[in-house]
Ligand binder design. Structure first.
Ligand SMILES: [Zn+2]
Length: 230
């Protein structure tokens, strides 16, 4: 009995030491009250609307591990449960827990043939295989995965070469793609790429994995307060 209590206390101590920020993991689907936010064609938005960039892509010292690593995306500052948007028409290819990225939503954009991933979400509001449009709410900001606080991680990958694209450069080019998509030529490219795309992960990944997570994050996260809603 005494030994068991000691064990519980050790676990609690380990959890409180390791968690730098509270992460209210809903890890679930949330049907948004507002499905889409109208986005003007020729205006540059970020996945959090008009977010501020806190950490750019490139080499840096990781805020959690303290080690130098390659940051393949951009970190956008956000408040807990801020809406996260899709910037360009596409189809949802993967949803759910994704190691260090926490709860993530991946979207394939047949034009210009790239994949975008938003990570550290608190909840998602799309399902794999769903066709979505620019302005669609795809999730809500959180701090799931390897994260020191609420923010949205955004990664852009070229579909043919699997190279990372500098996310801010992509974000700035999105209005051009939106305009280009009005042409028949781009529409043909869109539907042809969509047809040859076969990697839609229709099985919802909704299990918390502990792969590559720092010590303190292993184990069950605390349940969110009952009053909180995305
Ligand atoms: Zn990041």
């Amino acid at each position: 009995m005494l030994a068991m209590r000691f064990k519980v206390l050790t676990v609690l101590a380990a959890l409180s030491l390791g968690s730098a920020a509270p992460a209210y993991n809903f890890k679930g689907y949330y049907a948004p009250a507002v499905l889409e936010s109208p986005m003007v064609d020729n205006v540059t938005y970020t996945p959090v609307g008009m977010g501020i960039v806190t950490s750019k892509a490139g080499f840096r010292v990781h805020p959690v591990t303290g080690r130098g690593d390659f940051h393949n995306g951009v970190d956008l500052s956000a408040k807990l449960n801020d809406r996260v948007y899709c910037l360009l028409d596409g189809v949802v290819t993967r949803v759910g827990w994704r190691g260090n990225l926490g709860v993530a939503v991946e979207v394939y954009h047949p034009y210009p043939n790239v994949r975008t991933i938003v990570g550290h979400l608190n909840a998602y509001s799309v399902m794999p295989g769903m066709p979505i449009r620019r302005g669609r709410v795809i999730g809500y900001a959180g701090s799931t995965g390897r994260s020191t606080g609420v923010h949205v991680h955004y990664t852009v990958v070229k579909e043919d070469t699997h190279e990372y694209i500098e996310p801010m450069q992509f974000i700035n080019q999105v209005p051009q793609y939106v305009v280009a998509l009005r042409s028949a030529q781009a529409q043909i490219a869109y539907s042809q790429n969509l047809k040859s795309f076969r990697k839609i992960d229709t099985k919802l990944i909704d299990v918390e994995t502990t792969e590559d997570l720092p010590e303190g994050k292993k184990g069950k996260e605390a349940d969110p307060p009952a009053s909180m809603e995305p």
